[in-house]
Design a binder for this molecule. Sequence first.
Ligand code: HEM
Length: 435
Amino acid sequence: MSPDATLGDERALKDGRGREPPGTVGERDQHRLAGLARLAEPGVIADPYPLLARLREATPFAGLDGALIVFGRYQDCSRILRDPRASSARDSSLLAPATRPPRDRAKSFLSLDPPDHTRLRGLVAKAFTPKVVATLAPRIRQVTEELLAQARQRGQIELVSELAYPLPVRIISELLGVPPPDHARFARWSARLAQSVQPNFVAADSAEIVAQAERARAEFAEYFAELIEARRSSPADDLLTKLIKAEDAGERLTQDELIATCVLLLVAGHETTVGLISNAMLALLRHPGQLAALAAAPDLAAAAVEETLRYDPPVQLTARVARRGITLEGIDVPDGAVLLLLLAATGRDPAVFARPDAFDIARDAREHLAFAAGPHFCLGAPLARLEATIALRAIASQVVAPRLDEATLAYKPNVNLRGPERMVVRFTEVREPRR
Ligand code: HEM
């Protein structure tokens, strides 16, 4: 078989040292799938890395009669993310829950393949280039300062709800053009949608969670339909108005596609960067030497962000669907099989990163796959990087003697959009920013 016709190699179903674990193939698959399911256990959510290391070493492995194939090695995941035969149409997989209501409305481009993916992504891509995003820096700094100032008198900050969450939410809402009084409603809808994107082979789909997510999606759609009408009659200088103009200009974007795009941007802006800022602060507070290095040289903030994306990424896993005769050596791949990619395991792959379990902001971690790779590479990466860099820089240079109250640390129950729900940081002082 030619190398480009395959995704895997001879390691299939062997452990890291190339040995078959004891038991029959069926027993081994069961064992490995049970390991995968443990990613949803509260104790594991707090630190999944020992388990992810074991899973990575065992990958690639198949389960559920070949309908699921799991990857955790950097090279495998990187290759699949770039392979056009690995589809993003997740609801067409062999494992798509039959219980979900049929989706007759438009899907967001996260779940589309070319040419629809290319067309829709192209319409918003211009708003998210590093150059355009850089113009948001003064506003991001201003909001960061406001949030830190609110904590100044209290001597402590609950980092998630008082900084890591409101910062990206305010910025994406302003960018899109959704009025501030409506932000609280989004927070609820967005959290419900995020909870519902648990892979159903890791956490059993609760009918209640699915129903709540469907309601949230409908409420979002209704909200945006009204806002779109309002912007049509009185256009503003925001992304929503630009997208409406693109729609009006020539059927490149239907009303349903427009709504799906707005919901995608808003949910992505709500549920991911919060994890990046929280995970970065958690790692820094647990590695005081690294925090001191950052405080002494705040220009290291961008590198600290990249190292966090490698070491403890906010998106733990993603999936593709095998299409058009994709083959893997040693594994039978049926059309429609789910290719589960353990992104969080790739950042600790010793084949790519030396001392993978060490958090070291001086290393060059930019090769990580935290934003995926290939055609679906995170569109919001420049924005997420800028927001997190500004936040880390401000905290490291202005917050004096920060220390984590470990007893307050709690995680969200989510498996794939993983991150702290609450963490209190105490300090002696918040200095004024240097002008
Ligand atoms: C640290 C923060 C973030 C992380 C770790 C992250 C991660 C990811 C990942 C892994 C994907 C690929 C999913 C897949 O195809 O399987 C993705 C796609 C995407 N992200 Fe992000 N994201 C972050 C922040 C953002 C922000 C702030 C926005 C926008 C406001 C955003 C918008 C998007 C969009 C629109 C896509 C779909 C791209 C496509 O399908 O072509 N992301 N992100």
